[in-house]
Write a protein that binds this ligand. Structure first.
Ligand SMILES: Nc1ncnc2c1ncn2[C@@H]1O[C@H](COP(=O)(O)OP(=O)(O)OP(=O)(O)O)[C@@H](O)[C@H]1O
Ligand SMILES: [Mg+2]
Length: 384
C-alpha cells in the first residue's frame, strides 16, 4: 500500500517510516504542518494518509474534509495527542477512517493500517463491471434513447446503473421512468464523503429490478457543484457494484467527459445518416485516435437508419474509415410513444425492429453463458 505520513515531529516521522517500511509499504514521508495534507494528497495520491500531531481543533478538520471529499480513494487516519468526544464525532463525520493517540504504539499503527489494507484488498478483488459511454454526434441523434433502452436489455440478465452526465439538461431518467427523481447526482456530490455502495443504491432510482438510474440534478444551479473528482469516485464505486455502468454524456469534451471516455471499455457515438452527423462522428474519431484509443474501443451507432435513404450504409462506413459501424432502425411512432410514457420500448414492444436491434447490441456485450455454450455444443455434436 502507498502510505503518506505527515508530521512536524521528526522522530515520530522516522519511527513511523521505519515501522511501515518494515511491513513492505511504499512510504512517503513529509516533514511539516498538517496544512500539507492537501498537496500530499494531490501529488502522491496515497492509499492511506497518516497525519500526526493534529490538535483537537475542529477548524483543522476542514483541511481533512477537503481530502476526503476530493480524493475519496485516500483513507485518512489522524494521530492526536488529545481527543475530545466532540472532535471524534466531527472527525468521523468528515470521513476520517480512524483517530489514534499520538504517539501511537507500533501495534496500534499496524492494526489500523491492516484494517485499511483489508478494505482496499476487498474492493480490488471484486470483479469490476464494464463502463459504456454514449455520446451524441449531434443534438437529438438518439444517444439518450439508445443508452437508456440498451440498459433495459442488459438488465434482463445483469445489474446495470446508468449515470446521466448531462449535468444541466439531463433527461435520461424520463425515458424509462414516469416520475421525477427524489435524489440525484447533486445529492451524491454534496455528501461525497458518505459515498459507499448503499448510499449510491439509495440515491439512484430503481427503474426495473436490475436497473437503476442516477439522474442529473433537477436545478441548473446544482449542476455546477458537481466536480470531475466526484464523478470519478462515483464511477469507480459503481463499477465495483454493477455489471454494467452506462454513461449518458453531453456533447462537450471537457475534463469530466475526457476522464469518462478514457476509463470507458466501449464508447458508442450516436449519429444519424446525414452529413452533419457524419462530419461530427469523424471529428470524434480523430480525437479518439489522437488519445491513443484502439479502433475497437468506439462503435459508431447510426440511429434511425433507413435503407434506401440519401446516404447508404457503405458510404457511411467509407466516411468513417476503419471504425466499427452499427445501425438501429427508425420507428418514430413506437419510440416516441415509449418516451412519452416514460417506459422502455422493450416493455411495450419486444418485437419492434428497434427493440430487436438493441437486443443484438446487448448480446455483443454479454458473452454466452456456460449453459448456452453447452446447449449449442450439444446440438452441434448431435448434428455432427
Ligand atoms: N430509433 C429511433 N426511431 C425513431 N425515433 C427515434 C429513434 N431514436 C430516437 N428517436 C427520436 O429522437 C429524439 C431524440 O432522442 P434523444 O433525446 O435520445 O437524443 P439525444 O442524442 O440524447 O439528444 P440530446 O442532444 O438532446 O441529448 C427522441 O425524442 C425520439 O423522438
Ligand atoms: Mg440526450
Amino acid at each position: 500500500m502507498k502510505i503518506a505520513v505527515i508530521s512536524t515531529n521528526e522522530s515520530h516521522l522516522q519511527d513511523l517510516g521505519r515501522l511501515l517500511a518494515l511491513n513492505r509499504h511504499n512510504v512517503v514521508l513529509s516533514s511539516g504542518e498538517k496544512t500539507k495534507i492537501r498537496s500530499v494528497a494531490e501529488q502522491d495520491a496515497p492509499d492511506l494518509m497518516l497525519v500526526d500531531g493534529m490538535s483537537c481543533e475542529l477548524a483543522d478538520l476542514a483541511l481533512v474534509e477537503y481530502v476526503t471529499t476530493h480524493h475519496p480513494a485516500t483513507a485518512v487516519v489522524l494521530l492526536c495527542s488529545e481527543q475530545t468526544p466532540e472532535f471524534l464525532i466531527h472527525a468521523m463525520r468528515v470521513g476520517v477512517r480512524e483517530v489514534l493517540p499520538s504517539p501511537a504504539t507500533p501495534e496500534a499503527i499496524e492494526a489500523a493500517v491492516n484494517r485499511v489494507a483489508a478494505k482496499l484488498q476487498g474492493s480490488s478483488q471484486r470483479q469490476t463491471g464494464k463502463l459504456l459511454a454514449f455520446i451524441g454526434c449531434k443534438g437529438g441523434s438518439g444517444s439518450t434513447f439508445i443508452a437508456t433502452n440498451l440498459g433495459y436489455h442488459l438488465a434482463e440478465s445483469r445489474s446495470v446503473l446508468l449515470i446521466d452526465l448531462n449535468l444541466q439538461f439531463g433527461d435520461a431518467l424520463s425515458f424509462v421512468y414516469e416520475a421525477p427523481p427524489t435524489l440525484t447526482l447533486a445529492d451524491v456530490a454534496r455528501d461525497i464523503n458518505r459515498l459507499d455502495a448503499s448510499f449510491l443504491a439509495a440515491t439512484a432510482v430503481k427503474v426495473a429490478p436490475n436497473y437503476s438510474v442516477l439522474a442529473a440534478p433537477e436545478a441548473l444551479t446544482q449542476a455546477m457543484a458537481i466536480k470531475p473528482e466526484h464523478v470519478e469516485a462515483i464511477i469507480k464505486l459503481a463499477l465495483l457494484n454493477f455489471d454494467f455502468v452506462l454513461l449518458d454524456l453531453p456533447r462537450i469534451l471537457d475534463t469530466l467527459a475526457l476522464k469518462a471516455l478514457d476509463r470507458a471499455d466501449k464508447i458508442y457515438p450516436v449519429l444519424q445518416a446525414g452529413v452533419p452527423g457524419i462530419q461530427n462522428a469523424k471529428k470524434l474519431l480523430t480525437v479518439f485516435r489522437s488519445l491513443g484509443y484502439p479502433d475497437t474501443k468506439a462503435e459508431m451507432i447510426v440511429n434511425r437508419f433507413e435503407k434506401g435513404g440519401d446516404i447508404g450504409f457503405s458510404e457511411i462506413e467509407q466516411s468513417l474509415s476503419g471504425a466499427i459501424v452499427r445501425t438501429v432502425p427508425n420507428s418514430y411512432k413506437e419510440v416516441n410513444s415509449s418516451i412519452n410514457q416514460g417506459r422502455a420500448l422493450l416493455e411495450s414492444s419486444r418485437s419492434n425492429a428497434v427493440s430487436k436491434s438493441l437486443a443484438e447490441l446487448s448480446a455483443t456485450l454479454i458473452p454466452p453463458t456456460e449453459d448456452a455454450r453447452g446447449f449449442l455444443g450439444r446440438i452441434f455434436n448431435t448434428r455432427g
